[in-house]
Design a protein around this ligand. Sequence first.
Ligand SMILES: Cc1cc2nc3c(=O)[nH]c(=O)nc-3n(C[C@H](O)[C@H](O)[C@H](O)COP(=O)(O)OP(=O)(O)OC[C@H]3O[C@@H](n4cnc5c(N)ncnc54)[C@H](O)[C@@H]3O)c2cc1C
Length: 510
Amino acid sequence: MQVKSKLDDIQNYLTDASNMQGGHAEKLFIPETTEEVAKIVAEANASKTPVTISGARTGTVGGAIPFGGIVISLEKLNKIEIDREARTATVGAGVILGDLQKAVDAEGLFYPPDPTEWSCQIGGTVATNASGARSFKYGATRNFVQGLEIVLADGDTLSLSRSRPNHASNDGLMSLVTNSGKAIAVKIPTYERPIVRKNVSGYFNENLPEAIDVFIGSEGTLGVVTEIELRLTIKPKGLFSGIVFFKDTQDILSFVEEARGLSFDALSSDIQPRIPEGAMPFFDDWYLQATLIEYFDDRALAFISEKFPEVPEGMAGAIFFEQETASETEDALLEQWNTLFEKHGADLERSWFTTNEQDLEKMRDFRHALPVTVNERIAKYKQRKVGTDMAVPDENFPAFLRYYKETLDASGLDYVIFGHIGDCHLHANMLPKDAAEAEKARHIYGRCVAQAIMLGGTVSAEHGIGKLKRKYLAAMMGERYLNEMAELKRAFDPNAILGRGNMIDESYLD
Ligand SMILES: Cc1cc2nc3c(=O)[nH]c(=O)nc-3n(C[C@H](O)[C@H](O)[C@H](O)COP(=O)(O)OP(=O)(O)OC[C@H]3O[C@@H](n4cnc5c(N)ncnc54)[C@H](O)[C@@H]3O)c2cc1C
């Protein structure tokens, strides 16, 4: 195990993709086994030293940034074991998503969660319940987590598996037994979750949850995830994809509504979770079923045309979609997509379509280049990106998009809107150039949060709350439910050493 304390050695562990400033820590530990993690955490607990868990620090809300105490980086827990027959992978928390994707692909299998940033660690994606474009069809990381090995704050370990489910009872109580035989009683928070397609705001409490689901998305506040068992699926035989340009935003909205409806026809009306645990839904391979439906507004297209000058001018926006195919279904599916795009007034002449792997990769690069370029630009301005991550119920989505556009146009700020329109979840990224604009952007962000809450939405659909969005979670939850979250945290971490400052203000824990 490596232990570092020189500023030069730990500097990289004091920031993440949020650009949040002021991170500091006394020491960095880089353990190689679960036992080493347990020892470090137990010692920190004895001295009540705060512990920040570091993944690859691609998070956008400051979750991995320490403000005092020690940092534990999981980067050396990077073992990958794939069981091809069982279609599972057992991985160390520090495995990089891109490495897992390569290993899984080599076995002819597929791991769908894709937060577009492939340098993140699997442990980080579990802690944030990361999702992304493909979550439209497959759901978030949660749907693929079968088992977790967790180090608790006192150094004890907990092994959780969906094959040994441990549900909360009807009165919301959950009893757990750690690997050393210690009993832990947990009260699940009672808030009602918004009816949205994606939501990572607050501890998971849906449908008398299983213990494993409470840890997924808990942002490093309940325990250190050291090992994960993942469910894999069969690799799609082929893909048909396109970036399709529209001259009218209304056409985009009507297209998305119909494409979403067609894609989910085969599913029940219960939208969360969309894929029943342990089973993939049956889709008739011959019918249109998008893997992802993503959006770029006119400003996003103008912004990205600096890197991709082939973007046509004069467009109101574009849709990026993917459809899984097989050789026998490809023609029929292409025909259905074409008919749908024509019906909704897409500019097919100037749109891009492909079924070949190289161009598919180029289209994904195009999609990923947008948040990356936004981050580069904002770093150049030496400001922090102000980016929304709210989702609202389907029926309120057009009104929410209108609100974004009208508010941001009136603000005079530079901005782009893009993201997961299939899930009624867009990122409006404001790019302030100086402190005054940054202040204005934060003010507008607050108004967008209020609007999303008013429309029955969630303040964070995928990036999490971390340190930066705590006050918005407070606005969504209110005192009572923050206290219930704090009670749940104290059951696992009585000294509140883990992930201090993430999700809930420390005043709820002391
Ligand atoms: C360009 C870009 C695009 C992105 N797009 C998406 C997207 O489409 N969808 C999406 O969901 N996200 C997206 N993200 C952010 C996303 O949150 C991260 O990519 C990822 O989920 C975090 O993994 P990480 O290893 O970097 O974790 P970190 O950033 O290091 O940590 C994130 C949080 O998890 C905790 N944590 C990390 N590892 C562990 C562990 N082993 N045990 C317990 N807690 C742990 C940390 O303490 C922290 O609170 C994007 C990020 C970037 C930079």
